[in-house]
Design a protein around this ligand. Structure first.
Ligand code: 13P
Length: 315
């Protein structure tokens, strides 16, 4: 069942965070639904601009609609990740997405508010909710590349004004994470002090943490052993997720870790089975491994076992 992120956030606020997972294809879709049902968790499907144009935006939409029928117990939101204004309107008018992110965080404070407000007005008119971003994460997220020098943490004093004036339903905050597999090249970690200040300014308001893959070191080691070149890759300490949830983070974005599972499965498969040319063989392994990965991540987010509560709340 497709719901808005707003509904999910009402259930989760202050207790746990909902996993927001980026998908691009059939195998990820199957693994995602299986993993969330295995761990009985509500979840958010994220579709980026890149994922929409990987084949045709209607393909992923049709896959998700089919998965909704195949797995009728699943409760999830369908969310546009890092949208520009035009893509937001396209998703709002699609009748499919329940939530969009407008990312105008690279603009000035005033321009970010103005753009976000336009998207909020259009989305709310159709019952769709909006995530916006204030502050800037470092790293690479498909078409967006931000150097460490350009990255800046969210200013807690500006956060309240931004939310009030733009009307956005949730806010992505920059608290030290970055996109991609190479985080924390310095000695950074999460800035819980900043997060706590933001929560004081915006009590009971859902916050979002982007760039939250953990880049598990055993995964990186297996990829490198099977011919990969990911030396120095590292990520966020997943044991900090629950602390972040207590401070108002209700949505945690994870993309890179899923890509690492795909890379490890396929590298190892073809190394061990050089004679194979049947794409379904590694595909079957990947779907299983991806489902296990999702279930394990949900345990760390605290969303495992919450599906029944959410179902009762939705009624
Ligand atoms: P990661 O690169 O850490 O997985 O972050 C993904 C993300 O924030 C998508 O919006």
């Amino acid at each position: 069942m497709i719901v808005t992120t707003k509904k999910l956030f009402e259930a989760a606020y202050g207790k746990y965070a909902i996993g927001a997972y980026n998908i691009n294809n059939l195998e990820q879709t199957m693994g995602l639904f299986r993993g969330n049902l295995m761990s009985e968790a509500p979840f958010i499907i994220q579709i980026s601009k890149g994922a929409r144009s990987y084949t045709d935006k209607r393909m992923l939409q049709a896959l998700i609609k089919a998965a909704d029928e195949v797995f009728p117990e699943a409760i999830f939101a369908v969310h546009l990740d890092h949208g520009d204004e035009e893509t937001c309107y396209d998703c709002i008018n699609s009748g499919f997405y329940s939530s969009v992110m407008i990312d105008a965080s690279h603009e000035s404070f005033e321009e970010n508010i103005a753009i976000t407000k336009r998207v909020v007005d259009a989305a709310h008119a159709k019952g769709i909710v909006v995530e916006a971003e204030l502050g800037q994460l470092g790293g690479v997220e498909e078409h967006i590349q931000v150097s460490e020098d350009e990255a800046r943490l969210t200013n807690p004093d500006q956060a309240k004004e931004f939310v009030e004036r733009s009307g956005c339903d949730s806010l992505a905050v920059a608290i030290g994470t970055s996109h991609g597999a190479f985080k924390f090249s310095g000695s950074q970690s999460l800035h819980f002090d900043v997060l706590s200040e933001i929560q004081k300014e915006l009590p009971n308001y859902p916050l979002v943490m982007h760039g939250s893959s953990s880049v598990p070191q055993e995964e990186v080691a297996r990829i490198n052993k099977a011919g990969g070149k990911l030396e120095g890759a590292r990520g966020v300490d997943a044991s900090q997720f629950k602390q972040a949830a207590k401070l108002g983070v209700t949505k945690i974005n994870i993309d890179t870790d899923g890509r690492l599972v795909w890379t490890r499965v396929h590298r190892e498969h073809f190394l061990e089975h050089p004679e194979n040319f049947d794409l379904r063989k590694p595909g079957i392994v990947f779907m299983e491994e991806y489902a296990k990965f999702i279930a394990d991540k949900n345990d760390k987010l605290g969303s495992s076992g919450q599906l029944d509560e959410v179902r009762k709340m939705i009624g």
